[in-house]
Design a protein around this ligand. Structure first.
Ligand code: HOZ
Length: 424
């Protein structure tokens, strides 16, 4: 039950905003109940408009890796804001930010800042098409790469949550060059490359899927993908908007030892501000205007306040942060797995580092075909039980939960207790 102030705000919001929200996964229609309206956040905790406090596992859908309102990030943002909010001109901060990203991602030789993950993936694919002179892009069912037209095909995240994996309003002609495959299906991948490899501009993939819940790649899958792309002259695009700087300092590509041609980053690199990145091989990125013919632009791209938040966040993410995130993640995974067992619930917990999902499916969940068979109704009841016990969990079976460096072992243990009680 949300409090009276959130309920009143939702009523006002529903008259003004579709579903009362500015992004569909924030609405609680897939889980029942109403979303609490958030008034403030600090560390691992959110406080809603009624003063109720929650331990947060959404983390703004990924950016809050240090916890909310980290003092150093807030100080950097304040200092930047006092120097001016936006110039629409180059700044030293952008150069330092690009250096910081490239230092973490050896596969990125040049990058462009944009304002959202959607822009990053859309632009990366435009560059891939411009570079290769080919039209076909390949994505995997249940992966979500933002809401640009060509990528809203068999999409995960909110699109899957609300039953619109192929969105309305997208002309068939726009998606006729988007091919889709099941994630982790190596045989289908090989077959597609055998038939159409010479027509493929790029394959875009979440190396660890977060947008159908957390689904890791099976051993060898990413390696096969890399080899097939290289052989066919197609570009491999890693969408690391969720995994970037989260699963390791250099993201999933460092963790799995794969070198993509292009990478998309967002969320963590923006430190909670609207900032994302696409970048990669120099010979590919020099096709971007003004060096090359592929056009892409943005008034707020590389915004100084956003870049300051990103730089301050990256500076705080040392090796010890990843050790901490791994151990907190393992603790939550073990606790939730025990909760499923002790309550006799058919479910499984899948985790990579600090990304995790409890699926109401006996598991393993290897692809969208598996995820789609989860017990959504059971997830909704569990979600409501968590919320009532002060745990703010993603309001969709098909979104990963995130742990931050501000969570403590005591938070995790209290969450496991709440999760167990909510399963009973
Ligand atoms: N892109 C985020 C991860 N699925 C969700 C945020 C949103 O769509 O609002």
């Amino acid at each position: 039950m949300t409090g009276p102030r959130s309920t009143e705000l939702l009523k006002r919001a529903e008259r003004l905003l579709p579903g009362g929200v500015n992004s569909p996964v924030r609405a609680y229609r897939a889980v029942g109940g109403h979303p609490p309206f958030i008034a403030s956040a600090s560390g691992a905790r959110l406080t809603d408009a009624d003063g109720t406090e929650y331990v947060d596992y959404v983390g703004s859908w990924g950016p809050a890796i240090l916890g909310h309102a980290h003092p150093k990030v807030v100080a950097a943002v304040k200092a930047a804001a006092e120097r001016g909010l936006s110039f629409g001109a180059p700044t030293e901060l952008e150069v330092r930010f690009a250096e910081a990203v490239i230092d973490r991602y050896p596969s990125i030789e040049m990058l462009r800042c944009v304002s959202s993950g959607t822009e990053a993936t859309m632009s990366a694919l435009r560059v891939a098409r411009g570079f290769t002179g080919r039209d076909v892009i390949v994505k995997f069912d249940g992966c979500y790469h933002g809401h640009s037209d060509a990528l809203l095909v068999k999409a995960g995240s909110g699109a899957a949550t609300f039953g619109n994996p192929d969105s309305g309003g997208v002309p068939a002609s726009v998606v006729e060059n988007t091919a889709t495959l099941a994630f982790n299906d190596e045989a289908a991948l090989r077959a597609l490359f055998r038939e159409s490899g010479a027509r493929i501009a790029a394959v875009i993939v979440e190396p660890v899927v977060g947008n159908m819940g957390c689904v890791p790649p099976e051993p060898g899958f990413l390696q096969t993908l890399r080899a097939l792309c290289t052989e066919a002259g197609a570009l491999l695009v890693f969408d690391e908007v969720m995994t970037g700087c989260r699963l390791a300092r250099g993201g999933a590509q460092e963790r799995f030892g794969i070198v993509p041609d292009l990478t998309c980053l967002g969320k963590v690199v923006g430190g909670g501000m609207p900032l994302a990145v696409y970048g990669g091989r120099r010979d590919v990125m020099t096709k971007v205007a003004p060096l090359g013919p592929v056009y892409q632009a943005g008034t707020l791209s590389g915004n100084p306040v956003a870049v300051s938040a990103g730089l301050a966040t990256l500076a705080e993410l040392g090796p010890e942060t990843y050790v901490l995130l791994e151990s907190l993640g393992a603790r939550l995974e073990a606790g939730l797995t025990a909760a499923l067992k002790s309550t006799g619930t058919a479910g499984c917990v899948q985790r990579v580092g600090s990304m995790l999902t409890l699926f109401f499916h006996p598991g393993p969940v290897r692809s969208w075909g598996d995820a789609d068979r989860c017990d959504r109704e059971r997830f909704g009841r569990w979600h409501g039980g968590l919320l009532g016990r002060g745990v703010y969990w993603p309001a969709s079976q098909f979104e990963a939960a995130f742990i931050s460096a501000a969570h403590t072992e005591a938070d995790i243990d209290a969450t496991v207790k709440a999760a167990t009680d909510a399963l009973k």
